[in-house]
Design a protein around this ligand. Structure first.
Ligand code: MF3
Ligand code: CO
Length: 256
């Protein structure tokens, strides 16, 4: 079911978006060589407590996860690209880290992700991150009344192709509201002019994620972390946005 929000409901989602943005800003500042993934999770958990927010991940147990997630962040390092289960790992020079965070504030959810390199970055990793950020920006630009979900998907796929990356469509964007995952599904590739027409009040998370060498993934022995089949690195960028009469509103916009 597609749930369209009123302008007042979109306003009511802003605190959740701002909080998720603040947490990612804090995590970007904290992520560095020598920092443990569990410290990043603890920082986000502490911010959740202080804000009186609720984690969308900790008890989350969908069909694609082996057990309830148990942490408030996804931390995906290097060949891990999505759903990285935080574990006792200390970041090393040149690691590519993707952090995905969703929480609810006042009963409304926001979902957003960033990728960063800690220490000395490799050119190819910066290019991969740039591709996901460029795809996200293009997709958001396309999220206007009169377009369709397929237009968003096609833009993401076209940016990936222009960088020479192939797209895995097993996981993509989704409707966001009172819960983290709702309709519609927003695939990271598709055909323009197809799919659900975008109407004012549609709130979706758009989340391009690409891997440098393959479009195939496998699940780590931890039952959650998704890794590239060929060991190549992955990156992920995500925002929660609202389609409005005045154009797209990025609810999880950050200052950084
Ligand atoms: N936030 C992720 C998404 O963008 C979902 C992560 S599910 C988790 O859809 F349980 F792994 F955290
Ligand atoms: Co999401």
């Amino acid at each position: 079911m597609i749930d369209l929000k009123t302008p007042a409901e979109i306003e009511a989602m802003r605190p959740a978006g701002a909080f998720v943005a603040d947490v990612l800003t804090a995590l970007r500042a904290k992520a560095a060589v020598g920092v443990n993934l569990l410290e990043l999770d603890a920082l986000a958990h502490d911010m959740i407590r202080r804000r009186g927010a609720e984690s969308c991940y900790i008890d989350y147990h969908p069909s694609f996860g082996a057990r309830p997630f148990g942490y408030v962040l996804c931390t995906s390092v290097n060949d891990a690209v999505l759903h990285g289960l935080p574990h006792d790992y200390t970041l090393r020079d040149g690691d590519l880290l993707s952090v995905d965070f969703a929480a609810s504030v006042d009963g409304w959810v926001a979902d957003s992700a960033i990728s960063v390199v800690v220490g000395q970055a490799r050119e190819e990793d910066l290019r991969l991150i740039e591709a996901t950020e460029t795809a996200l920006a293009a997709a958001i630009e396309t999220a206007v009344v009169g377009n369709r979900v397929g237009d968003i998907s096609a833009r993401i796929g076209a940016v990936a192709a222009s960088y020479g990356y192939r797209v895995n469509t097993q996981f993509g964007g989704h409707g966001v509201g009172r819960t983290m995952h709702g309709d519609p599904h927003v695939p990271n590739d598709g055909r323009s002019g197809r799919g659900l027409p975008l109407r004012p009040g549609l709130v979706v998370a758009i989340e391009p994620w690409f891997m440098a060498g393959t479009d195939e993934i496998y699940t780590d022995a931890d039952g959650w972390t998704l890794r590239s089949k060929d060991g190549s690195r992955g990156a992920h960028s995500e925002h929660t946005i609202a389609v409005t009469e005045d154009g797209p509103v990025v609810l999880t916009a950050r200052a950084d």
